[in-house]
Design a protein around this ligand. Structure first.
Ligand code: RNT
Ligand code: ZN
Length: 421
């Protein structure tokens, strides 16, 4: 018996005494798909232009740790390393400019699966699903920070076609891989200073979205999402696609709303929004991130915010809600492969803790409206031995515990990443 197995046996007994079946909890959280965001590996730059790929507006990354992936091949190699260290079911999420090849004369508005075919082959081989989000940034057609809300119909058309193109590619991913593909639309459109006619921009956004979604794709394969945001750097005074805009738009059009944990006021949390939306039959995509002071997209860690998001996710899924998880952070200041491993594992760990923490005695106290007992029991549940369950789970998946992942990450950095110069 390994140490992890021994500790697990004890933890299992302790949890059982509180009415929690640890084997069932492991089984439950192991199959919740976590979307691993490819864009952590290339600093959201994409691969349209091998020589001059750059962030030119709409999206920002900080840090210059060596080894950023410069091609889809390098990005996949990095993902291969990270995925070995992440237990449980995963998908990979791409941005619409993370193409594996460019074709002569074909820009984002006309991308097809041809531009992503080696991603498809790779995902088939790994038996994982792929999500795709159009990239409405870092492109000359983003004019004055505006895409689909731009007054010029030609600019809007270009971006509308990119949104449509990505939905079609998503459909191919889903059909070929046999896994639902989430296609999330986020537009950076907004203003540093207050516009005089906000509604004009919002009406154009609404019309553009209507046009994007007017083209039918199979919604059993593609799950369409829209992502609101409070503000971004340079668009502090007005974001066209705000939360209110998309709450109304998604519910009217039966779309998923994407809740990004960095997209609200600093003390406003998405964990509380999950049940509010689910209670109304709403469907969600969560962009799990960690904002520090602002929408800084720090690597996700096991903090209170993540624990709350994860436990609400487990409960919502138990109740049958449609909810998809995608990580969304980008840190260029540290080993990017480690960034994936740390954040993805933190989310999986949070889900496990969430499943293990649904202790019947806490629910009993709430049913009896005994809030003292509820508080006492909630606090007691926090220190139940979930770590022993987590380590056992990681070992059973061949992923290593939280300390053991360091050696393979270092080895990869010293050989493959260092060689990139
Ligand atoms: C930006 C949104 C969006 C992006 C990705 C890279 O604030 O969160 O989801 O992070 O498109
Ligand atoms: Zn996001």
């Amino acid at each position: 018996m390994s140490i992890a197995e021994k500790n697990y046996a004890i933890a299992k007994e302790i949890y059982a005494s509180h009415g929690i079946d640890t084997d069932a909890a492991i089984k439950e959280i192991d199959t919740i798909p976590i979307g691993v965001h490819a864009w952590q590996g290339d600093d959201v730059k994409g691969f349209e232009n091998a020589t001059a790929h750059a962030l030119t507006g709409g999206c920002q990354v900080t840090g210059n740790h060596p080894g950023v992936a410069r091609s889809a091949d390098e990005l996949r190699a990095d993902l291969d390393c990270a995925l070995k260290l992440i237990p449980g079911t995963v998908k990979v999420g791409l941005q619409g400019h993370e193409v594996d090849k460019m074709l002569p004369g074909v820009d984002r508005d006309a991308f097809t699966i041809e531009n992503f075919s080696s991603w498809l082959d790779w995902a088939k081989e790994k038996k994982i699903g792929m999500d795709l989000a159009p990239a409405f940034y870092s492109h000359p057609k983003l004019d004055h920070g505006l895409s689909v809300s731009h007054p010029d119909p030609a600019i809007r058309e270009f971006w509308i076609n990119h949104g449509r193109a990505c939905r079609r590619i998503s459909e191919v991913f889903a059909r070929e891989l046999g896994v639902v593909s989430v296609c999330n639309q986020w537009f950076p459109d907004g203003f540093k200073d207050a516009p005089v006619d906000r509604q004009a921009f919002r009406e154009r956004l609404r019309e553009s979205l209507d046009t994007i979604f007017a083209e039918k794709v199979d919604n059993n394969l593609v799950r369409d999402a829209v992502e609101p945001k409070l503000f971004g750097i340079g668009v502090e005074s007005c974001t066209v696609g705000s939360h209110d805009f998309y709450m109304a738009y998604s519910s009217k059009n039966d779309l998923l709303i994407c809740l990004d944990s960095g997209h609200f006021h600093p003390t406003e949390v998405i964990s509380d929004k999950i049940s509010a939306i689910a209670a109304n039959g709403g469907k969600m995509l969560l962009h799990v991130s960690r904002g520090v002071r602002w929408d800084s997209d720090h690597i996700v860690l096991l903090d209170d915010n993540l624990l709350n998001i994860a436990s609400e996710t487990v409960l919502a899924l138990r109740r049958g809600a449609e909810l998809h998880l995608m990580l969304d952070y980008f840190d260029g200041s540290v080993n990017r492969v480690a960034a994936w491993a740390i954040g993805s594992r933190a989310l999986r760990k949070g889900l496990l803790i969430g499943a293990l923490s649904a202790v019947p005695a806490v629910y009993d106290a709430e049913k009896e409206l005994d809030f003292s007992a509820r508080l006492l029991r909630q606090e007691a549940v926090r220190s139940l031995p979930w770590q022993a369950v987590w380590n056992y789970y990681c070992e059973s998946k061949g992923c290593g515990d939280d300390f053991q992942i360091e050696a393979p990450l270092n080895a990869y950095e010293k050989t493959i990443i260092a060689a990139r110069g």
